[in-house]
Ligand binder design. Structure first.
Ligand code: NAP
Length: 323
């Protein structure tokens, strides 16, 4: 099944949309790229960067005649966007997205999808803490997973075609159920972001002299948290508003485990602390072994990305943070 598309429409052209535009073009996967976004300034920036061929503020106009449409806006905007583009979607087209949550997307986009259009939600587990059209780079997806959550009515040929598209951009692809995706991402991505927002938020609320000390001596663990906590506020607001149940479930477990740790610190239970820290070190080792991180110290990002087959250029950029 050819991963080649005649016209790709990207609705939203920030970090992820622009990276798709660059990767799809570089790999020769599309003939025409049509870009729609909300604000004129963003559209002008995308045009200056030469990300597409057609630029419009009208999402419906962008999708007309497209055989692949990918929503790349914050998930909170999806319902209104789906309603706006539905009448203009071509029969036989694939409609996908890149949102960091999936059940909510199925719920708000699904009802608008016309018969004959194949709706295959997706999530590239690749990203950085940067936003906007200039933040994208063609190597973002190389060696990273992309999860697709096709419903039962989607023809296998359509799914295969979209799998091929992501693979051609360097991704490894896995299909799964939307609810399962949301539970896995709650613990691997959403809770870590919540913890980072909380730690950095605690510092933001400290009195001024203590705060300046923290910033001065931030080379310890705090600095890594600030990178995650610098992620886009609107995108992350929408993640927590739309993946509430899975986040609360995982947060409950996290808080239970934190209490156990608190007790170990209070009672001076060295063996318990050492035991946990040994197990956590093994988890990091297994992530490196799986090619999802490098051993290089992370302070000087971007660093070398993990290698992916047939993508020699990926070494130019780091894989960044996975949202
Ligand atoms: P971003 O850099 O902030 O870009 C968002 C884009 O969406 C901008 O072009 C913005 O346009 C547009 N937009 C916002 N509201 C819109 C609306 N109502 N209608 C049309 N366009 C709208 O965001 P991003 O990081 O690319 O994230 C986009 C999606 O990818 C999100 O759903 C996020 O969950 C998902 N994702 C992000 C990451 C990550 O690490 N960042 C990783 C994987 C998946 P204007 O500037 O014109 O408002």
């Amino acid at each position: 099944m050819s991963p080649h598309f005649r016209k790709l429409a990207l609705i939203g052209i920030g970090l992820i949309g622009s990276s798709i535009a660059l990767a799809a073009r570089r790999q020769g996967l599309v003939e025409v790229i049509s870009i729609a976004t909300r604000r004129q300034e963003t559209l002008d920036e995308a045009r200056e960067l030469g990300l597409g061929d057609i630029y419009t503020l009208d999402a419906a106009e962008a999708v007309r005649g497209a055989d692949l449409v990918i929503l790349c806006a914050p998930v909170g905007a999806y319902g209104a966007l789906a309603a706006a583009i539905a009448p203009a979607l071509e029969p036989g087209a694939i409609l996908s997205d890149v949102g960091s949550v999936k059940e909510h997307v199925v719920k708000v986009v699904g009802p608008h999808v016309p018969a004959g259009v194949h709706f295959i939600p997706g999530h590239p587990i690749a990203g950085t803490e940067h936003s906007g059209p200039a933040a994208g780079f063609a190597e973002l997806f190389a060696g990273r997973w992309c999860v697709l959550t096709p419903g039962p009515d989607v023809p296998q040929a359509a799914t295969d075609r979209l799998v091929g598209f992501w693979q051609a951009m360097g991704s490894m692809v896995e299909c799964m159920d939307a609810a399962h995706h949301d539970m896995v991402l709650a613990i691997t991505s959403h809770i870590p972001h919540l913890v980072a927002y909380n730690i950095v938020g605690t510092v933001a609320d400290l009195e001024a002299d203590t705060k300046s000390e923290v910033i001065k001596f931030s080379a310890s663990g705090f600095r890594d948290f600030t990178r995650i906590a610098a992620s886009d506020p609107v995108m992350w607001r929408d993640v927590f508003l739309t993946n509430r149940d899975a986040v609360l479930e995982m947060l409950g477990r996290f808080l239970e485990d934190l209490s156990v740790l608190q007790r170990a610190v209070r009672t001076g239970d060295g063996p318990a602390l050492e035991n946990l820290f040994t197990r956590t070190r093994a988890i990091r080792r297994s992530i490196i072994n799986a090619g999802q991180e490098t051993e290089a110290p992370d302070f000087g990002r971007p660093h070398d990305a993990p290698p992916a087959p047939d993508m020699p250029f990926i070494r130019e950029h780091g894989g960044g943070d996975d949202a």
